[in-house]
Ligand binder design. Structure first.
Ligand code: SF4
Ligand code: SF4
Length: 341
């Protein structure tokens, strides 16, 4: 007979994840603020004083995708936004090894989405009768949006651009100023942008992780890679008591309690379901055909892979841009008037 008084040793994982996500949100806010000061000084004609964190390049995934293709075609590593490329490669490797840890532990948008999810949990979703809000058909239809966006970017970049076209884009002023344009998107927000972000925030209170689940093509790409990851959550149907706690806590509303194995690109590997299960070893992390991993290993391996790439990139000179400050200044001064080539 199963002892339901088992003390789940993974219960602490969601809280640890919250702390890590909070730290990353704070880190990116600080990086954004520093970059704002850097941009303001350089555009005003002053010397490039202050610090531009290479982490801002994580917000340039299209440029990183082009750089990845160029790297694979030619062996040349992008020197304009090298951190963006490093982060993309690290995210892909991490997704294969340990699912979408970048989405569930690192990404600041994921962190903010989780805070909004918490707000929804405490208010409008407080007395929900069902484990999941979204009907399966609606969830599938909305999920398709991010894959369509991803298909468009893969078509436009991976299929349609050859090495010559990529170099032309990379050496254009638009690419040099892409980080400044991203900054201006937030600091000089148009009314339409503000309303769109407000609507997305409201939707994320009602529907868990609305942006990440339905609209983020970066997450869609990582999801496809994580789909072939050998690591996944499996459920032992013989000990499951059908309490549905796993499904209730899942941030992407996967119906874990119905699945023998969570084999879907939507699983972020957050380990909330494992942490919530009241039955010993009913939910475990298993490598197909092999002994299981401790659920602690998912974030440890995923984050470890990301830190490893960061460290290697720093040591080998593939983290900081090699664009001279004068060229950056010239591009940043034109940023407001630039349109996508
Ligand atoms: S299935 Fe489990 S690990 Fe996957 S996203 Fe849902 S709660 Fe997280
Ligand atoms: S949390 Fe999910 S897997 Fe664990 S006993 Fe309840 S329904 Fe079964």
């Amino acid at each position: 007979m199963t002892d339901h008084r088992w003390r789940n040793p993974y219960k602490i994982l969601p809280a640890v994840r919250g702390v890590v996500q909070g730290a990353y949100v704070a880190f990116f806010l600080l990086a954004g603020y520093e970059f704002h000061l850097f941009y303001t000084r350089i555009v005003a004609g002053g010397a490039a004083a202050g610090y531009r964190s290479p982490a801002v390049e994580s917000f340039l995934p299209i440029s990183a995708l082009m750089s990845l293709k160029y790297f694979l075609l030619t062996g040349n590593y992008d020197g304009i936004h090298p951190a963006g490329l490093t982060i993309l490669i690290a995210a892909l490797v991490s997704a294969f090894l340990a699912r979408k840890v970048l989405c569930s532990w690192v990404c600041p948008v994921g962190g903010i989405s989780r805070a909004l999810e918490w707000a929804g949990e405490k208010t409008i979703r407080k007395r929900r009768a069902k484990e999941t809000l979204m009907p399966v058909w609606a969830d599938r239809a909305l999920t398709a949006i991010k894959y369509l966006l991803l298909a468009f970017f893969l078509y436009a970049v991976v299929l349609m651009m050859d090495a010559t076209a990529i170099v032309k884009f990379q050496r254009g002023t638009y690419n040099y100023a892409a980080d400044a344009k991203m900054l201006l998107f937030f600091t000089e927000m148009t009314g339409v942008t503000a309303i769109t972000l407000a609507v997305l925030a409201l939707l994320s209170i009602v529907v868990k992780n609305f942006w990440c689940r339905y609209l983020c093509p970066y997450g869609a790409l990582l999801g496809l890679v994580s789909w072939i990851s050998p690591q996944r959550v499996v459920r032992d149907g013989s000990t499951c008591i059908d309490c549905k706690a796993c499904t209730r806590v899942c941030p992407v509303e996967i119906r874990v309690h119905e699945k023998p194995s969570v084999w879907t690109p939507e699983c972020t590997g957050c380990m909330s379901c494992v942490a919530a299960c009241p039955v010993e070893d009913c939910l475990t992390v298993t490598r197909r055909g092999k002994a299981g991993w401790s659920p602690y290993l998912i974030p440890l391996v995923g984050l470890g892979a990301i830190f490893l790439f960061w460290g290697v990139a720093r040591v080998t000179g593939h983290w900081h841009t090699d664009v001279p400050a004068a060229r950056l200044a010239e591009a940043y001064r034109q940023a407001k008037g630039l349109i996508h080539p």
